[in-house]
Design a protein around this ligand. Sequence first.
Ligand SMILES: NC(=O)c1ccc[n+]([C@@H]2O[C@H](COP(=O)([O-])OP(=O)(O)OC[C@H]3O[C@@H](n4cnc5c(N)ncnc54)[C@H](O)[C@@H]3O)[C@@H](O)[C@H]2O)c1
Length: 452
Amino acid sequence: MASKQKEINRRRFFRDGAAVAGAGLGALIVTSPSSLFSAVPPSDRITVGYIGAGARAQQIMDSMLLIPGVEITKLCDAYTGRVKRAIERCKGRPKAVNDYRQILEDKSIDAVVIGTPDHWHKKMAIDAVQAGKDVYIEKPLTYAVDEGLEIIEAVKANDRVFQVGSQGISSKAQRKARDVIASGKLGQITMIRAYFNRNTAGGAWIYPIPPNANRQTVNWGQFLGPAPKRAFSMPRFFRWRCYKDYSGGISTDLFVHLCTTIHFLMDAQAPTQVMGMGELYRWKTSRDVPDTINVSLKYKEGFMVNMSGTFNNTMTSGSGFQILGTEGSLEIGGGLTFHPETPMENDRWVVRSWATELETAYYADPKLIAYEQEAKAREAAAEPEVIMPRGEEDSTKAHLEHWFDCIRSRTNPEENAEVGHRACAVAHMVNMSIESGDSVYWDFDRQTVKRW
Ligand SMILES: NC(=O)c1ccc[n+]([C@@H]2O[C@H](COP(=O)([O-])OP(=O)(O)OC[C@H]3O[C@@H](n4cnc5c(N)ncnc54)[C@H](O)[C@@H]3O)[C@@H](O)[C@H]2O)c1
């Protein structure tokens, strides 16, 4: 990267710029768009290594290649097909290495993207920050809840810029949603519905296995790493989300996105209490994790969440949120729509049981007549308000830009290790509740699951 003096100047620029614009990330984003770096001198380039070059890592690559001032110089993966394709994707520029430690040892690399399966995340994250690299790690941050605390400590001890990859919170729609909620437009919010629904084999993670995958092209030992030893299995390698040895299933793969967003929108840290139920109803021969989960989360900020996911129906398809307030509901799913509440008192079914003359007098009251006229007019006028139409925004690019801005300014990303830990902890709490049949509680002092 830049010389020490340049780095100091850049830090000062950002520190002062952020101070002028006021504290807070929103302000920082406004004052430091990546366009400021569009003419980045070679000495200011951020060099990036990829640890894992699988399906998601290659999506990240596509977005990263659009960002000026960044160079992908090295990558590694446990399947040769992915290495080949990733190098092609980057027009042949990065070099392939056999082991992620070779990327960490390379002093010319500033930052790494970790896109491996979840059971590797803790080890690679800690190794990377200890090697002095800034890190973009895919969600879920952890495979087990307390791993998050170790990662947080390592990030702090090594003073690294560390971002977790639930990119939704960098989208315009979610940032706008947060402003709408903060404005009070929805009234008192006591309930949120959040969901992730699918009904295909691919949606249920039964991905096609590349025809050239075999013991020569797949490094099975490298994939297993800290996971239990098992015989070579292509379904396990390419469909690892289906197995508890490598993944927490729907909770850690999908709910973690929902929780990251809910915490971001509601300025909340973690639920006090989590109760979940899960079952494997349909895809029984292909996995050991549930395909249907229903969860209740209770937050001390004064609201509850009803979170659900199924791989067996898409009547409410994809993923989305309904933020339910006394004055209206905000529907988030790509775009943003506000549905006003138009409640009207109507106690006819009760009042009709009174004495006739009392009922007649009740409805002759001019105040009630005026109220009902006004309420009906309000109801007739109420229309859903499209605050933001569904768009094709590249939220991954926005998330990466934020990470690069933070690397250059040495500031803490919005979805830092603490934020990633707490969102992922909810996913682990869901699984703990499913397994134990009990509620699971959060310990705000220790920032982990409460243990009695
Ligand atoms: N943010 C998102 O929207 C999003 C979407 C999809 C996946 N993800 C996350 O991205 C991560 C990867 O998921 P994926 O769908 O790309 O899986 P994938 O199986 O396609 O990719 C993982 C890659 O890691 C490689 N790998 C495994 N062990 C390795 C090791 N020791 N060294 C080097 N490479 C190794 C595998 O060969 C594989 O190519 C997961 O954590 C997942 O949850 C995030």
